[in-house]
Design a binder for this molecule. Sequence first.
Ligand code: NOJ
Ligand code: NOJ
Length: 499
Amino acid sequence: MTQYASALKRGYVLARKSAFVLALIWGAGLSHAQAGDLDQWIQSQAPHSVQVMLANIGPSAQVPNAAPGAVVASPSHDPDYRYFWVRDAALTMDTVMSLYERSINAADQARYLQILQDYVDFSRRNQLTPNLSGGADDLGLGEPKFNIDGSAYQSPWGRPQNDGPALRAITLIRLARHYLYDGHADWVRQKLYDSVLPARTVIKADLEFVSHHWRDASFDLWEEVKGDHFYTRMVQRRALIEGASLASSLGDGAAAQWYLSQAQALEQEISRHWDAGRGYITVTLNRVGGLDYKSSGLDVAIVLAALHAAPRGGSSDSFFTVTDDRVLATAEKISDAFHEVFPINARDRDWQNQQMGPGIGRYPEDRYSGTTSSQQGNPWFLATNALAELDYRCARAFEAQGRIAITPANVALFRRLKTFSRMTVLAGETIQSLDPRFYVLIRGLREEGDGYLRRSRFHADSSGAMSEQFNRDTGYMQSASELTWSHASVITAAWARGK
Ligand code: NOJ
Ligand code: NOJ
C-alpha cells in the first residue's frame, strides 16, 4: 500500500469508529415519514463526512505538510487541490464552529476549539503574508489561496477574490461571540478584534478591508469572472452587519457606525441584481474581465449567497434570505435549467423508485471539468446539496413565520411541489398556518429537499467518498476527490433537515 492509500485507510477506520459517537449528535428527529431510506443514509453519511472534513485539516496524516489550522480543499493530486483556499476554509470552519456548539462532550469541544484557534493563527499569518493580490495599503487580503504551509502562492490565478475576507470574518465573529459569552474578552481583544488601526487582529483587518474595498471589482467565487457579484456582495454585507454588532459590544462605536453605513450602501447595489424581466437574480453586474460565456446570468451562487449570508444569532434581517421570493424564483429557474442541461437528470428515480431532484451544477454554461475549462461542466455535490439545504431552511422559516406569501415571483415553485398537485394557490394570497394548504406546502418543500439529497446519494460512493463533481453523462464522480466543501455541504444540509 502506498503511504497515501494507507493514510486513507487509517482515516476510514477512524471514521467508522467515530461514526457511532457522532450519530448520537444527530440523534432523534430525522423522522420524515416516507423517507426512511434517506434517514439511514444521512445517519451514516453525515458523521462520515465530519471525519473526512476534519481529516482534511492540518495537522493530519491525510494531508501531510498542512500547517495546523490549514484546511486543504481536497487531498487530490490530480487535479491538484492541495491548497488552502480562503473561501473553502471559512465555510469549513463555520461548520466546525457549529460542531463545537452542538457537541456534548468535553473532549470533542476541546478538539474543535483547538482547530478553530489554529485557524485563527493561520489566518492572521495569511493576512501578513505579502502576495500577488497585495496592494501597499491592504496587504492583499483578497488573495484567494495559499500553500498549505502558509506561504504565498506565486502563480497566475483569478485574483483578487473579495468574498474571502468577508466569509472569514463571518465565521470568526461567531467564535468571538462565543468567547465573549464565556467571559474571555481579553482573548478576543488580543486575537480577534480590537479597535486599534492599522488593524492588528484578524477580524478587524477583514472588516477594514471589506468596508473600504467592497466597491472594487473582484473575481467571483468560481474564480472565473471579474466584476461585481451577488454572492460576494451578500457575504460582504453580512460580515459588516455582524462586525458592527461585535464592534459595538466591544465599545468601538464609531467603527460600528461606519460598518453599518457601508452595509446600507451595499444593499442598494445588491438589489440591482434582481432582473424583473427575466424573473431571477443575476449573478454578476459590470463584468470587467475573466470568462465571458456566462450568458444566462443564472448561477447556483445565488442560492449559496442566501445560505452563507444568512443572518446569525436571531436577527430579524430579511434581506434576500432563504424565504425571499426572488431567491426562491431564482432557485426554481436554476433547477429547471439543470434539469435540461445534464443528460443524467432524465432519470429521476433512484433504485428504490424514490424521487430524485436534478443534479445541480454551478451555472448552465459551465465548461470546467476539474482539469480544464474547455469541456462541459457537470453537476456538483455542493450545488445539489445547497438546493436541498435551501428547501429545508425555507420550510423551517415559513413554519416559524406561520404564513407564506404567494407572489408572482414564487408562485411557480409552489405550484410545482409534488404534494400540492390537487390544490391551487394564487399570486397575491397569503397562506396562514391554519389553512390546510400550509402544511402541504411545507411538506412539499421538505420532500423536494430530500429529492436533492437522494441525487447526491445516488452518485456518491457507497463508502461515503464524495468528490467535487459527478459526470453529466455517466453519473460517475470526477474531479477533486474527497472535496472538503462537498462534505461540509452534506453536514449543513443534514442539520437543516434534522432537529
Ligand atoms: C480553476 C478554478 O478553481 C475553477 O473554479 C475554474 O473554473 C477554473 N480554474 C477555470 O478558470
Ligand atoms: C473551484 C471552485 O470553483 C472554487 O469555488 C473553490 O474555491 C476551489 N475549486 C477549491 O475548492
